[in-house]
Structures are given as C-alpha cells and as structure tokens.
Design a protein around this ligand. Structure first.
Ligand code: CA
Length: 433
C-alpha cells in the first residue's frame, strides 16, 4: 500500500529533464515539481509547475490534450487540486514528470513553458482559514525563558499542540513588501500605552502546511490518516510586532501583533515530492509524557518528520546599495518540532473542526537548540538586549525599514536529488499614517 513516504520513478535520482536549467537546480529539479499559480506578463492567472528556471503552464497542457486530468488544472487556484486524493495526485505527478523527462515530448511541451522570472507568482490557493501552532520546542523554551526564567514551558505544552486561529486575508506571496504596522504598546515602566509604529518588528521562520482533502464538521481526522489530508508545504514568515504582542496577548493570545502581514513561498512542495525526505520524529527526552492515544501512531513516529534544512537571510537597504551578499542569520533542521505535521492536523480536527482544502497551518517558529539556529530576532538579540552587527556595521535588535528577509529550505536524503522550496522573501516598508 502506498503511504506518504513511498517513492516511485518520479523520485529516481537518475531521471533528468530536457529542460536544461532543471539539471542541478537547487530548488526545482525534475524530482520536485511544485505547483503554483502564476501569470505570464499581462495574462490571467493559471496553475503551473516549476521546473528549473521555467514554469510549465498546466492549464495549457490540459487544453492541448497532453495531460488527461479533469478540470482541476484549469482553475485559477490550487484548492480543487489539493482536494484530490493522494492516489490521484500521485498519478498526476507521474504524468507531469513523464512530460518533462521524455525527450520525445520536448517539441510538443516546450511552447507551454514560460521563463519564471518574467511571470508573476500569486497565492497558490484561496486560503479559507489559517491557524498557527507553536511546535518549535526550542523557540517555545527561548521565548518562555524571557518571561518565566525558571519555568519556560507551561504545563500543557507536552500534551497539547498549542495553536491559535490566525488571519487568512493578510497572507501574501513572496516578494510583496509589508508595511510596518501601527498599534498599542506599553513600556514596562510607563503608566499608559501609546499608539504608533512598532519598535520591535520581528520575523518568524516557520513551515506552512497546506491542507488537502478536508473533513466533515463533527468528524475528527485519525492520526493514522492525517497525512492523507496534507497536500504540501511552503515556507512561512509570521511577521510579528513584539511590543504589541507583549501588551495585548493576555488573556486571549496573539491578535494584532501577528495578523498585519504573513509571507509565504508561492510554490507548493507536494507531500508526494517530500516522500524521500520523511524521517523519524526525534524521540522525546526521558521523562516527557507520551502523546495521548489520539495523537500516537507508530508510522507517524517512524516517518512523520521532515528532513529539511532551513535558513534565514537579511539584507539592509545599505547592504543592497553597496552590493553586499545577504547575511545569513540562522540555519538548522526542521526536525526541531515537538509535534509532527500529522499530529497538528489531527489535533486541529480532534474536536470535529472542519479543515478545508487550501487551509494553511503554520508550525510555529522552528529554532535549533543553539544560537546559530534561532528562528527569530527576539531570540537572536535576547529580547533586544544583544543587537546583531551587520557587515555594514549597522546593528539590529529588531528590523528596520528597508530590511529584506528571505527564508530558504532544502530537503536532502542519501540516494536522492535534493529539492528546495524557492524564496520566501519580503521587504519592510515604513509605517503609514
Ligand atoms: Ca508564529
């Protein structure tokens, strides 16, 4: 039986594409084939797949009779494609992989390729709902320690995949700048809060999980079946205003500190493409409780984590003006998650809450145990007390206007070709009003 870690000929490291730029491409070799929604210059948006430096227009391929797939590929978003069963999605992947690898197809398929840098990329799905979790245990420890030095993790953390409902309307694709938000903040020694631009703008390095087939209201998703409800993954920068957050978060949690803008990488790296890169969930430390039975599954523990390396880069306006390379702020593995992506799906639906195709779930900030792997400035600058020095000599406790953040991810496994997620990038614009 095909499970989410099963590989097939589409993952064969010997498979190559007649699209030349796909060979050795760090993000989009033929073993990846991520879906996205794009528009060639001036044209309407449609579904495509990234291959090397090109985008294959799947809607055009359907029209030309090159792919025998139903109407979902002609939609302007990926929601209907994401709703397909894993088996149907796998057969579509095999068909696309064959088109792009068979030299006999080159002349027929080539007219449907577009140069990626000449196209606009859009949100891949109409995101009905967005929820953000908090499964990066080192991040939870680091942040918790700033508030509660002796007791950083609250007692529920090791039982409940903690999360909150975020806002879908302000999620934007890579490349779209964000405006520094205004809001309420109160200095610890001040009598009154003030309203104005955030002085503690931060980024958060997260993975996004795209929901595939949904569940009916009232019907939970069993942990053994949870992977069947995941369509794919992206990078997610959960921009955060730390000063607003500290003042507003009690008692109901994050609100305006988090919902002013979230950036995602526009390509959906499919669950199918990630099959070779699934690894065992790291064992819990001795003394930690086992997950409750509804979150416990042997296959999930054996194959539920993601063999991904994540990295964060910053350029300031001055760095760009001087032609300097981006500064890498951190890097580390995505396995530093206390709960698997299947467990967050199961937990989200465990009360009968209905997930829908194209919903987006954030993992929460993923930090490694050591400073080189910290996934936010709040951690890297120790709450603003230890500013970073940039190559220009500028310092950053939090982000300045003109700063540009880029998140990257690469999946690697012995015996397979590495695949990447593409950029998750955005620049900070000054506050308005
Ligand atoms: Ca977050």
């Amino acid at each position: 039986m095909t499970r989410w870690w099963t590989t097939d000929e589409t993952h064969d490291p010997a498979r190559t594409s007649w699209v030349e730029s796909a060979q050795g491409h760090g993000d989009f070799p033929i073993q990846n084939l991520p879906y996205g929604v794009f528009s060639p210059a001036g044209a309407e948006q449609r579904i495509g797949v990234a291959i090397g430096d090109m985008i294959l227009d799947l809607a055009a391929c359907v029209k030309a009779g090159l792919i025998a797939q139903d109407a979902v590929l002609s939609h302007p978003t990926l929601n209907a494609l994401m709703a397909l069963s894993g088996e149907t999605r796998r057969s579509l992947r095999r068909a696309i992989s064959a088109l792009l690898s068979d030299p006999a197809m080159q002349a027929t398929v080539k007219p449907h390729l577009h140069v990626a840098r000449e196209c606009a990329l859009h949100l891949p799905a109409q995101i009905g709902d967005y929820s953000d979790f908090y499964v990066g245990i080192h991040h939870a420890n680091n942040i918790g320690r700033q508030f509660r030095p002796d007791n950083p993790l609250l007692p529920n953390y090791k039982y409940v995949p903690i999360g909150y409902h975020g806002r879908a309307s302000s999620i934007r694709p890579s490349g779209e700048a964000l405006v520094r938000p205004c809001g309420q903040r109160k200095a610890p020694d001040a009598d009154m809060p003030v309203y104005g631009p955030t002085a503690r703008l931060d980024y958060e390095l997260e993975l996004g999980v795209w929901v595939g087939p949904g569940n009916d209201l009232g019907s939970p998703i069993g942990i053994h079946d949870a992977a069947d409800h995941i369509a794919g993954f992206c990078l997610l920068n959960d921009w955060s205003a730390r000063d607003f957050q500290a003042w507003e978060y009690q008692p109901l949690g994050p609100f305006l500190a988090k919902n002013f803008h979230s950036t995602i990488s526009p390509w959906v790296v499919t669950a199918e493409a990630m099959a070779p890169f699934r690894i065992a969930q790291p064992a819990r430390p001795d003394g930690d409780p086992a997950p409750l039975p509804y979150l416990a599954d042997a296959d999930d523990q054996a194959h539920g984590a993601l063999g991904l390396t994540l990295a964060v880069y910053l350029t300031s306006a001055t760095m760009r003006a001087e032609g300097m390379a981006p500064m890498r702020l951190s890097h580390g593995p995505a396995s530093n998650m206390y709960w698997t992506v299947q467990q967050i799906v199961t937990h989200h639906a465990s009360n009968g809450c209905n997930l829908m195709p194209g919903d987006l779930l954030g993992t929460g900030t993923i930090s490694a145990p050591l400073r080189e792997g910290f996934g936010s400035l709040m951690e890297l600058s120790a709450g603003g007390k230890e500013p970073l020095t940039l190559p220009t000599g500028e310092t950053r406790a939090f982000l300045a206007d003109g700063d540009e953040m880029t998140l990257r991810a690469v999946a690697r496994a012995d015996g397979f070709v590495s695949i990447g997620f593409g950029d998750c990038r955005a620049q900070v614009l000054p506050a308005r009003g």
